[in-house]
Design a protein around this ligand. Structure first.
Ligand SMILES: [Mg+2]
Length: 158
């Protein structure tokens, strides 16, 4: 909550909205645009009114068009929430900054990614639960994240 919100609402503040932080490469896709099936299945069931999916990636702005096309092709949520790494900072710093920002603005259900030293560390510093993806076997991590989304009532009811 911002200081302004605290002044305006006192203790009776509106609840923070839910968010999920997702890494792209080797978490949601491989080889730039080959989907990881388990990831697409879980993200595709998310209730977009309830959970904002944010992609925090080492990719640069030059990858925007291709990334948006990938999200569209697989009907994935969150194309407005693509956080590309600026040229002038390290990918590690970028991920730390974005995790901190998103953790202030939202109740983050989890951050999921395949790199412990980057998004793992960024999530820990922001106090966000981190789920590590095994690159050779991504499904269990996504099943775990799905259970967290389920507990937060973040899926569209079938
Ligand atoms: Mg990755």
């Amino acid at each position: 909550m911002s200081d302004l919100a605290r002044k305006l609402f006192g203790d009776d503040v509106p609840p923070k909205s839910l968010a999920l932080i997702v890494d792209l490469d080797d978490t949601l896709c491989t080889g730039f645009d080959l989907p990881i099936r388990a990831a697409v299945e879980v993200l595709g069931r998310i209730d977009r009114q309830k959970v904002a999916v944010h992609y925090v990636t080492a990719r640069g702005e030059v990858s925007r068009a291709g990334t948006v096309r990938f999200l569209e092709e697989h009907r994935l949520p969150g194309w407005r929430n693509l956080h590309f790494c600026p040229n002038h900072i390290s990918t590690r710093k970028h991920k730390i900054d974005k995790h901190a920002l998103l953790a202030r603005e939202h109740r983050v259900i989890a951050s999921i990614g395949d790199t412990e030293e980057e998004e793992g560390e960024a999530a820990r510093l922001a106090g966000v639960p981190f789920v590590l993806v095994d690159r050779d076997h991504a499904a269990p991590a996504w099943t775990f994240v799905a259970a967290r989304i389920e507990s937060a009532a973040g899926f569209v009811l079938a």
